[in-house]
Design a protein around this ligand. Structure first.
Ligand code: AMP
Length: 474
């Protein structure tokens, strides 16, 4: 006799895998069919308490398996309750900072919900509003949304959140970086007061801890470490090259056919476009993805990269955050990110699901201090793969050469932290850029234009008083 809770094909009555966590019936079957046989650590920690109705505060990044960790309990409860929804409402709401991540979450939920009668819808900026309004009109079970367009639909009365009993905030720290935090708070306030909430964030800046205090009731805290996973599976190295040498260095590297599927990170949108153009001039086919591209262009770039029609994707941090493309063999940092934490997210695009990955960072002498910050965060000194600085350069400052090789006590700093703050209480650099602000019709009161809008000029004041530096890259 087969117990309903055992995995398909398993005769034993002893529970294992996801069944042991409380996942049953069609959901268990779909989970198994999706290839999820053994739960990942975040799933083991987060699923049982959510099934008991507890709130979750999860420190985890994309790649950890957190989508199933929050989706399976919500699906379980929705399936158990049956179809009960009113027009223009959603029973569960998942907020994601980027459109790509939202699409990815919906894809995963559809796979996990296969065979169960659960409806999903996407509400995103940059694509037709009309079709989204139409989709939510009869009411949906699970809505996955980015905060800007969602705010727009709520403001216009096309969506009512008062029946929303499950709320998930994914990539909380990125929401913060992108200036969505007030939208998020307002959206949460509009949902059912007795809702169940899960907040996931890859890092833990003070503002996220405060947000958690305001939104979560007696949460269970779960944590998986992205850094230890990354260190085990990703070979990292640095290539020293001047900015003007980087194009040549990159093209030489890419000529190696071992670089099968490469994501190249650029700090700025303009830089990403320039790298892409230079690659094309050098005979490489590359797709590019950043915040100034239309949603369709972004999705096409991602699809082309995912299905292997192009082997090179050039991306900025925000556009690429949360992207899960299996089998990326190499990550190349064309330049170092402004925020050292972004390095961990960048290299986490490779070395996934136990596969090997290689991450190479091109570093101009002017980026040495950023490199040091990265090395503190990852608690490793990056091995030097190549050094192109040796050639005589009349413009070079003679002091530069020794800049990287500092006294051992500084280089051996091991106080890297994973809580989103820099080591040693050091203040984050002020780049002189304000938080992104958007300016047209206010969303609720004095608020910003939905996403897809052009950021304001660089010298705007920051919207929020916190300590985090501005997100100016993507
Ligand atoms: P996520 O962090 O949710 O984006 O998940 C990262 C990747 O892990 C996705 O490709 C998932 O399909 C995969 N994944 C999640 N959970 C499991 C599991 N239990 N077993 C195998 N793969 C999984």
């Amino acid at each position: 006799m087969t117990n309903e809770n055992t995995l398909p094909g398993n005769d034993t009555t002893e529970l294992s895998g996801f069944a042991a966590l409380g996942i049953t019936g069609a959901l268990l079957k779909a989970t198994h069919n999706a290839g999820f046989t053994e739960p990942k650590p975040i799933q083991m920690q987060a699923i049982p308490p959510q099934l008991e109705g507890r709130d979750i505060f999860g420190i985890a990044q994309t790649g950890s398996g957190k989508t199933a960790a929050f989706a399976l309990p919500i699906l379980s409860k929705i399936i158990a309750l049956g179809t009960k929804r009113r027009a223009k409402t959603t029973r569960a709401l998942i907020l994601a900072p980027t459109r790509e991540l939202a699409v990815q979450i919906e894809d995963t939920i559809k796979i996990l919900a296969k065979g169960a009668h659960v409806s999903t819808a996407l509400v995103l900026g940059g694509v037709s509003r009309f079709s989204q309004v139409k989709k939510v009109a009869p009411g949906v079970d699970i809505l996955i949304a980015t905060p800007g367009r969602l705010t727009d639909l709520v403001r216009e009365g096309d969506l009512i959140l008062s029946d929303t009993k499950w709320l998930v905030l994914d990539e909380g720290d990125r929401m913060l970086d992108m200036g969505f935090i007030n939208d998020v708070k307002r959206i949460a306030k509009a949902t059912a007061p007795d809702r169940q909430t899960a907040l996931f964030s890859a890092t833990m800046p003070d503002e996220i801890a405060e947000l958690a205090k305001g939104l979560l009731k007696n949460p269970v805290r779960v944590e998986v470490s992205p850094q230890s996973t990354a260190a085990a599976e990703i070979v990292q190295g640095v290539v020293f090259a001047r900015t003007k040498q980087k194009r040549q260095v990159l093209s030489t590297m890419l000529a190696d056919e071992a670089m099968k599927s490469v994501i190249i990170f650029s700090r700025t949108k303009h830089g990403a476009d320039r790298v892409t153009k230079d690659l094309e001039r050098d005979g490489f086919k590359a797709a590019v993805i950043h915040g100034n591209k239309s949603q369709n262009a972004r999705q096409k770039a991602l699809n082309d990269f995912r299905d292997g029609s192009v082997r090179i994707l050039v991306a900025t941090d925000i556009a690429a955050r949360g992207i899960d493309v299996p089998g990326i063999s190499h990550v190349v940092n064309f330049d170092l990110p402004d925020e050292a934490e972004s390095y961990v997210h960048r290299i986490g695009r490779t070395g996934r699901n136990g596969m090997d990955g290689i991450a190479i960072t091109l570093c101009d002498p002017s980026e040495n201090s950023k490199l040091r910050q990265v090395e503190r965060i990852i608690r490793t000194k990056l091995p030097i793969v190549a050094d192109h600085l040796g050639s005589p350069d009349p413009q070079r400052n003679p002091a530069e050469k020794n800049e990287r090789f500092e006294p051992a006590n500084d280089r051996s700093d091991r106080n890297g932290r994973r809580d989103g703050r820099r080591p040693g209480g050091e203040k984050k650099p002020n780049h002189g850029f304000g938080k992104k602000r958007f300016g047209d019709k206010p969303a609720f009161a004095g608020e910003r234009k939905p996403e897809g809008a052009k950021p304001f000029k660089a010298n705007n004041k920051r919207r929020f008083g916190g300590k985090r530096p501005a997100a100016r890259a993507a």
